[in-house]
Design a binder for this molecule. Structure first.
Ligand code: DX5
Ligand code: ZN
Length: 216
């Protein structure tokens, strides 16, 4: 299991230091949540901040766009150092165009689905995706409860990925903690985002080690 700490729960007054801290604690990827106050009812930060953070780690930047028109900002996030860009099937941009923009910039593309969106929404694009993100909370805020009833979506995706002979990763985001990560692991999830569980813990390394151990 790969663990991608969500920086949404970090101390933003020392953002770079928090990246370095979870890097040393064994984070596999850095999950960066971008919110526009329109697609979701919350605001975070944009590409200029990501660009400044790039020097604090060599680990992949997993940029989760919760914005209405992702196609307008792909170039900015690619320039800022994104390695993976996820955007939502429920956004207002043309999915095909947005995927093309991401791939043209040499970034790995991922599609995300909110809890009420069936996995069917990503199937037409599956062959072109590095990863599918199955949201296990309504996007917008950290610290919400894990929706275990999303696991059938994970199982269905894993089956379809295997049937097509693909290597697409499946990620879940929201409510991953000590008491929920085994449920995700059992369903076949490859990458878990964890905000509160990592940044709310007294020791980030212990938290990450424990999350990984609970998957075995
Ligand atoms: C929610 C974000 C998540 C969030 C997860 O919209 O996409 O990445 O930070 O936070 P926790 O792990 O606290 O549920
Ligand atoms: Zn996220």
């Amino acid at each position: 299991m790969l663990i991608a700490p969500s920086l949404l729960s970090c101390d933003f007054s020392v953002f770079g230091g928090e990246i370095a801290r979870v890097d040393q604690a064994g984070a596999d990827w850095m999950h960066l949540d971008i919110m526009d106050g329109h697609f979701v009812p919350n605001l975070t930060f944009g590409a200029p901040i990501i660009k400044k953070l790039r020097k604090y780690t060599e680990k992949p930047f997993d940029v989760h766009l919760m914005i209405s028109e992702p196609h307008r900002y792909i170039g900015d996030f690619a320039d800022a150092g994104a390695d993976i860009i996820s955007f939502h099937t429920e956004c207002d941009s043309d999915i095909d165009t947005t995927l093309r923009l991401i791939v043209e910039r040499g970034v790995k593309p991922a599609l995300a689905v909110k809890p009420n969106t069936p996995v069917d929404a990503v199937l037409p694009y599956l062959d072109r995706l590095y990863m599918v993100l199955v949201m296990t909370v309504e996007p917008g805020f950290g610290g919400q409860s894990f929706m275990a009833d999303m696991m059938p979506k994970v199982t269905a995706l894993k089956q379809e990925i295997a049937a097509r002979g693909l290597h697409t990763l499946v990620q879940v985001d929201g409510g991953i903690a000590r008491d929920t990560i085994a449920i995700a692991a059992k369903a076949g999830v490859d990458v878990c985002v964890a905000g509160t569980a990592v940044f709310g813990a007294p020791d980030a390394k212990e938290a990450i080690d424990e999350l990984k151990a609970l998957c075995k």
